[in-house]
Every structure is written in C-alpha cells, then in structure tokens.
Design a binder for this molecule. Structure first.
Ligand code: ADP
Ligand code: MG
Length: 276
C-alpha cells in the first residue's frame, strides 16, 4: 500500500457494538492489516473469548498459549503475550483463549477491574501507531476495559434491518465511561459494513446512519464480499488472501481515511465504486 501519515500519538481504537455478526472482528483484522500495509505498526488486542480475531490473523490461541486473559486476570505483561502476525510486517496480535470467557466474572472481584487493560497498555513499551481492540458482543467488563483503555470508539454498522437498534445503549455506555472513568473517550468512527449497493434497504440504512451520525461516518463503506468471509478460514486477512478484491481495496481505503482524519488532512475519495 501507499505510505500514510503516522499519528503523532498512538491511537487506541475500540471496535465495539454489542450486536453480534455486524463485522467487528472482520473490521478489526482487515483494518489493522491495511494500516500495517500502509506502513504503520499495529497491535490487535483480541478481547472476545471466541478468539475469532486471533484465528483470522493466523495466531495460535489454543488453551495453553499466553493470552490477554493472563494480562487481565494474572497481570502478565502484554509484551509476554503479543505475537507477530505471519506475512504482515508491522502487525501484531495479543490473542484470546477460551478462558477469557471466565474473565467477565473473575474481573469483578479484582482491584481496578475496569482499568486493567489500560494499565497493561500503558506499561507496554513497544512503539506502536495503532492499537485496535476487538470487543465481544456485550457491554460487560471486557468491553468496559477496552473503553477505559482507548480514546476512540469505532462502531461497525451492518447495513441491515434494525441497524440502529441497540446503538442507544452502546452510546449511553460510552457516555458513562467518559463521565466516570475515561474523559477522552468518544465515538470517532462509524463504518458501514456488508453494504450491498444493489439493494434499496442498504442505501436507506446508510442514509439513516449518515443523517444520524454525520461526520463520524466514514465515506468509505465495506461491500458484502465472499472473499472477505472466506479469508479467516485460511488464517488470513483479505489483504493477503485476495489483495485485489473489492473487499481488500475497501478496507485499504477505510484505513487511508482513518489515518488522514487522525492528522486532520482532508480525505479525498479515490475509489468511486466503493459505495458512497
Ligand atoms: P462480529 O465480530 O461483529 O460478530 P464478524 O466480523 O465476525 O462480526 O462478521 C460476522 C460474519 O459476517 C462473519 O461470518 C464474517 O465472515 C461475515 N462478514 C463480515 N463482513 C463481511 C463482508 N463485508 N462481506 C461478507 N461477509 C462478511
Ligand atoms: Mg467478533
């Protein structure tokens, strides 16, 4: 990819939406790979016990692998669980293992239960441009840890019926965390996913989201693409699985838009076919 300006400060982006299947994991891994291909150093933190992001990045995450569970519950340094992602220079992953499913409960009785991820990130000294945190489909303590650790929330919205349903609750949680735990937290980015430009429904949803959120919505939307959904079963992002596909190009473009916004540069769309 083309080189993009690096952020002045590391950007920690929380990919959240308590609805399952809206494209959180897909967006996390493909955006992270895109940013890395654009020359950034990027860490993906897999915070979903399913470990889908770890799988999609080709990262070993069987039960014995040191993981984000150990970081959150056992206070293991993040540096001891981070693995390089094969085939993508500059991309790293802190994997999730199945024991993370218990962390939601185990965290309750621990000190600083909401800020354990934040502390781990602060103590992590490797130079990074971006950290992308893939959240589970809930608003529990794992997602709260992500929201305390990050400044930016990225909400993927699937262009389907009921797309905006439940978003009120997510936004209220963002407000609560901002009010009590992390004054810098804000929704910086909305990304429309699985966009099918041929359907009237998708364009109606896109219009509704744009009129509701305005500037936060990326001009680039992600098309529905079989290549995107196939890539994880090969332990790859679509960026290495099929670099020329519309799915890969749209994530590269979304990454470009995010990077430019981060340094206050006006974004000028290059790919007119991408559904805006
Ligand atoms: P979440 O993490 O929010 O639960 P996922 O990223 O796992 O959602 O996506 C849900 C399903 O939709 C997965 O099977 C994924 O492969 C598929 N998917 C996501 N984005 C796309 C897309 N743009 N085109 C086609 N399939 C997609
Ligand atoms: Mg997921």
């Amino acid at each position: 990819g083309t080189r993009l300006p690096r952020p002045v400060q590391k950007r920690v982006m929380v990919v959240a939406n308590q609805k399952g299947g809206v494209g959180k994991t897909t967006t996390t891994v493909n955006l992270a790979a895109s940013l890395a291909l654009h020359g950034a150093r990027v860490l993906v933190i897999d915070l979903d016990p399913q470990g889908n992001a770890s799988t999609a990045l080709g990262i070993d995450h069987h039960a014995e692998v040191p993981s984000i569970y150990d970081v959150l519950v056992e206070s293991k340094p993040l540096a001891e669980v981070v693995q390089p992602v094969p085939d993508v220079e500059g991309l790293f992953c802190a994997p999730a293992t199945i024991d993370l499913a218990g962390a939601e409960i185990e965290l309750v009785s621990l000190v600083a239960r909401e800020s354990r991820l934040q502390r781990a990130i602060q103590a992590y000294e490797q130079p990074l441009d971006y950290i992308l945190i893939d959240c589970p489909p809930s608003l529990g303590l794992l997602t709260v840890n992500a929201m305390v650790a990050g400044a930016e929330v990225l909400i993927p919205i699937q262009c389907e019926y009921y797309a905006l349903e439940g978003l009120g609750q997510l936004l209220r949680n963002v407000d609560l965390v901002r009010g009590h735990l992390n004054p810098t937290l804000h929704v910086s980015t909305i990304l429309l996913t699985m966009y099918d430009g041929r359907t009237r429904l998708a364009s109606q949803v896109a219009e509704e989201v744009r009129s509701h959120f305005g500037e936060e919505v990326l001009r680039t939307s992600i098309p529905r693409s079989v290549r995107i959904s196939e890539a994880p079963s090969y332990g790859q992002t679509v960026l290495t699985y099929d670099p020329g596909s519309s799915g890969a190009l749209s994530y590269l473009e979304a990454a470009r838009e995010i990077a430019l916004r981060g340094v206050g540069v006006h974004y000028d769309p290059q790919h007119a076919h991408m559904g805006h």
